[in-house]
Structures are given as C-alpha cells and as structure tokens.
Design a protein around this ligand. Structure first.
Ligand SMILES: NC(=O)C1=CN([C@@H]2O[C@H](COP(=O)(O)OP(=O)(O)OC[C@H]3O[C@@H](n4cnc5c(N)ncnc54)[C@H](O)[C@@H]3O)[C@@H](O)[C@H]2O)[C@@H](O)CC1
Ligand SMILES: [K+]
Length: 484
C-alpha cells in the first residue's frame, strides 16, 4: 500500500529531522535523489542540456543542488531565477561552482533546446494559481523539446487536493520527496504529475499513519484469494443483482457478466431483464420476480439501468431493508438521494458508486477536493462512497480513503460503470470489507480497462471478457507500483 500524505503531514515529519540533523542534510538527500532520477531519464549527463526553473523557496533549492550535480557530470545547466534576490543562496553558489549558468526569465533560458526541464518554481509552499511570470515560463517550457520533470510536485498543483487554479507545470515525471503527496494522484494533479518517483529522505519513522492510500497490484492480489479445494459455490459468496429492464437489458447483462467473471461462484439475478440475462449468461440463476424471490445471497447490487419509477423505488427499499451488504449504483443512487435515510438507517454495509452528477444529487457538488468530498458524503450517510473519476476515490466513514491508480481514459464509455458494480458486488459477497471490496474492484476494473485498451478503443463487454486474464495477471504478480 502506498501512503498518500498532506503537505502539513510531510512538514511535521520533516521538523524533528531538520532540528536533529546537520543543516541542509534533507535537501541534499532530496537533490541527490532528484539528480539520480534525471540521470536515469537522460541516459547520460555529459553533453545534455538542462534548464532548471527556480523559484524563491526550498523547492528552487532542490533544483539548484540537483542542477549542480548534473553540471558536475558534464551537463550544460541553466538556472532560470524567477526571483534572483531570493534564490536559495547555497544552492546557487553550488550550481555556479559546478559550472552552471544563471539567467532571468527574459534571458537565455535554453528552454528551446533543453533535453530536460526541472520545475523548481514551487513545492509544498506554493499557494493558489501560479503567478503570471511563473505561468508564462511554464508555457514556454511546455512548448520546448525538454522532458518535463517536476521537483516534489508540479508547480501550480495543490499538494493535498490536486486542484489546479489556472496554470500548472505539465510534468512527464515527478520526483517527490519523503512521501507521495495526495495531490499527485488525484484530480487534475494526477494529469499533471506524470510518472511519480518517490525519493526516500528518511521520513518513514516520523510520518503519521496515512489518511489516504493507494493499493498496489500486490495489495489487490492479496484480496483476490483464488478458490481452494474446500470451497463450494456457496462458500465463495453469492451475489444478487437487480439491474436493467425488459427494454434495456444491457446493464443487467454487463453487471451479471462482470460478477460471474470475478468470482464464478453463484450469481443470482432478479428483475425484468431476466430473459436477456438468461440468454447471455446461462450460468446465472435468474428470476423475473422481486429480490425476495431470488433465493439466498450474501450481497446485493442494485441500480444499473433499472429506472426510477415507483416499482424501482420499492425494489431499492426492499433490498436496503435486508441486513446484507448492498451496492447502490446509477438509478438506485437517484432514488436514495431522495430518501437518504434508507441508507443512514442501515446497520449492514452500503456502498454508493456515484459519478460527479450523481454525487451532486446528494446536495453538494464534488468541487476541487475530491477526497474531501467523498469523505463528507460517506460520513453523512454512514456508507462507503466510491466517487468515480480518472482517479476513483473510495471513502468510508472511518479508516483511510483509497485513491485508485489504475485505468485508462478509454474507460469513459457506456456500460463500464455496470461492470464495476458487478465486480464490486462479487467481492462484497465474497466477504471483503465494503471499502476494500470497492477499492479492489476499482483497481481490477482499471487494469481490465488497460488490458482491453491494448486492442484499441474498448466497449464495456471487452472488460468482462478480459476479467479472467486481468485477475490471473494480478494473482501472478506484475510488480507494478507507483505511477502506472
Ligand atoms: N524542509 C526541508 O528541509 C525540505 C524541503 N524540501 C523542498 O522544499 C519545498 C518547500 O519549500 P518552501 O517551503 O521554501 O516553499 P516552496 O519552495 O515550495 O515555495 C515557496 C516560494 O514560492 C513562492 N510562491 C508561492 N506561491 C506561488 C505561486 N502561486 N506562484 C509563484 N510563486 C509562488 C513564494 O513566494 C515562496 O518564495 C518542498 O516542496 C521540497 O521541494 C526538500 O528539499 C526536502 C527537505
Ligand atoms: K515544483
């Protein structure tokens, strides 16, 4: 599991080390880690051109010290100082001693010929959108040929929320120090950070337990226990699905297929799309009746494509009245947004899987702080909230939030949400705690999407078809971690 931390947590973790250690020791570790990643990205230092954009704080200091190390190895390094009087004095002196040059934003920046651009404008101390002069420099850097490398975090990205007000540095790589900041993996920050490289500067002993985490493939594999000889179809969890309609059976077919392909124990379907589900998935046990006619299940998935009429409202209420885990998606979200007490009154786990518009039906917009928004709704409803997005968030009333790290923009297509619900429902029925089931499902769904997208644009059914291979790969272990 990768801990995701806030700027305050990182600063608090640094404080005792700064007090105890020799001056500048942490910055030296950071700069050496940064220079090492840059060398790896460049392949060699000698003869390469590096431009460092240097702000007035310690983030600029990191860039200057790393620039000095690259210059000492033969790179032609130019430091562009946004505020020459306040640039980190020791870093600047070191860069000059190593043969680096210094320019102002309007001078010979070398951006038009750089192999690599280091963004040391702002780090944890950045506030609000980049100031105009910094923003203009970022635009020129992005127009040039250099590989874009952010120091600690892309300037202009909020370290905690990933929010970007105005312009931010569009990094291809971010070399971050001590801990992965939440803003690098969520919201617009995720799009600006590129691949994230974590440099250990010795904070492991002083960082608090993270309030947000990201699952790795290995974490997910550990939650996807393969069946054993002792298992039978009931012991692996029976999921019940209420979805689709006679006119629109697609959601029911996708959701049922995803559940079957995730844990081929037993999947029961109850609803008016019964004929379509039976035709597509003879393995499922299907009834046209109500959920109570379906037989014994260990968890319910309710909502995709079922409509929002009175009949659908009754069915949702019936399922929520059980003491089983329930996942609510799509139309069921619209219905419970009108009657949130149906969720609040439950003692068994409930998982809601809104996208931003469905989220807003509960009375507040998602806004720029997606983790915070998911946490607030989870606390309000006493339920697990899976907030869909480029980085899907899973928050519970207590415990850490999960920020998903898998997926592809290709997943933004009809029916993929129905597949996600089916996967999550199967994992709920298998007995995973609700937040973990949701977070594991989001990870698997994203990996299935990545696998399917290898073959070009995908449709939701491709995800269902790729699930067995996705699960097999995850169980085998691919070792993929940060930044994938
Ligand atoms: N404290 C430490 O010992 C360590 C700090 N480190 C580095 O230090 C950074 C934090 O340094 P600071 O606290 O000095 O702050 P930063 O260097 O992140 O930023 C502060 C400076 O940026 C300017 N600034 C703020 N908002 C701006 C905006 N919107 N547009 C343009 N300029 C803006 C401010 O005028 C200020 O001078 C970390 O992100 C990390 O890179 C690392 O070297 C690790 C060790
Ligand atoms: K930066």
């Amino acid at each position: 599991m990768i801990g995701l931390h806030t700027a305050d947590e990182v600063r608090a973790a640094e404080a005792p080390l700064l007090a105890a250690g020799p001056e500048g020791a942490l910055m030296q570790r950071a700069a050496t880690g940064l220079a090492t990643v840059c060398l790896r990205l460049l392949g060699r230092a000698h003869g390469t051109r590096v431009t460092a954009l240097v702000g007035a704080g310690d983030n600029g200091g990191d860039a200057l010290f790393a620039g000095a190390q690259l210059a000492a190895r033969g790179a032609r390094v130019t430091a562009v100082l946004l505020d020459p009087d306040r640039a980190h004095p020791a870093g600047l002196a070191r860069l000059r001693r190593a043969g680096g040059r210094v320019a102002g934003p309007d001078g010979p920046t070398g951006l038009d010929r750089a192999d690599l651009v280091l963004d040391g404008i702002t780090g944890l101390g950045g506030r609000g959108g980049l100031r105009p002069e910094a923003a203009a420099l970022v635009v020129r850097a992005a127009a040039g040929p250099g590989l874009m490398v952010a120091v600690d975090l892309p300037s202009g990205v909020d370290p905690d929320t990933g929010a970007v007000a105005g312009r931010a540095f569009p990094a291809q790589h971010t070399v971050t120090f001590g801990a992965v900041k939440a803003g690098l993996v969520v919201g617009e920050g995720r799009q600006h950070a590129g691949q994230v490289h974590l440099v250990d500067i010795g904070l492991a002993g002083t960082l608090p337990r993270p309030r947000a985490v990201r699952l790795t493939d290995d974490d997910v594999a550990a939650r996807l226990e393969p069946p054993t000889d002792a298992d039978d179809k009931y012991s692996r969890g029976v999921v019940g699905i209420v979805a689709g309609s006679a006119t629109y059976p697609g959601a029911a077919v996708l959701c049922t297929g995803a559940a079957l392909r995730t844990r081929p124990g037993l999947v029961r379907y109850a609803g008016t799309a019964a004929a379509g589900v039976r035709a597509a998935w003879p393995e499922a046990i299907v009834t046209e009746g109500r959920p109570s006619d379906a037989g014994r299940v260990q968890a319910w998935v309710v909502g995709p494509g079922m409509g929002t009429d009175d009949g659908a409202a009754d069915v949702v209420a019936e399922v929520l009245a059980t003491d089983l885990p329930v996942l609510l998606d799509a139309d069921a979200l619209t219905l419970v947004a009108r009657r949130p007490d149906l969720v609040r009154d439950r003692t068994a786990p409930t998982v809601l899987t809104p996208h931003d518009r469905e989220f807003a039906r509960f009375g507040q917009d998602v806004g720029a702080d997606r983790i915070g928004a998911a946490r607030r709704l989870a606390a309000d409803l006493g339920a697990v909230v899976l907030l869909k997005g480029a980085a899907t968030i899973v928050a519970a009333p207590d415990g850490p939030a999960f920020v998903n790290g898998t997926g592809t923009p290709e997943l933004a297509t009809a029916g993929t949400g129905d597949v996600l619900s089916g996967i999550a429902g199967a994992l709920l029925a298998a007995g995973l705690p609700a937040a973990e089931a949701a977070a594991t499902a989001a990870h698997v769904h994203g990996r299935a999407g990545q696998l399917a997208a290898e073959g070009g644009p995908l449709i939701a059914g491709d995800l269902v078809r790729r699930l067995p291979r996705t699960l097999a790969r995850l169980r085998r272990g691919s070792g993929a971690g940060l930044g994938d």
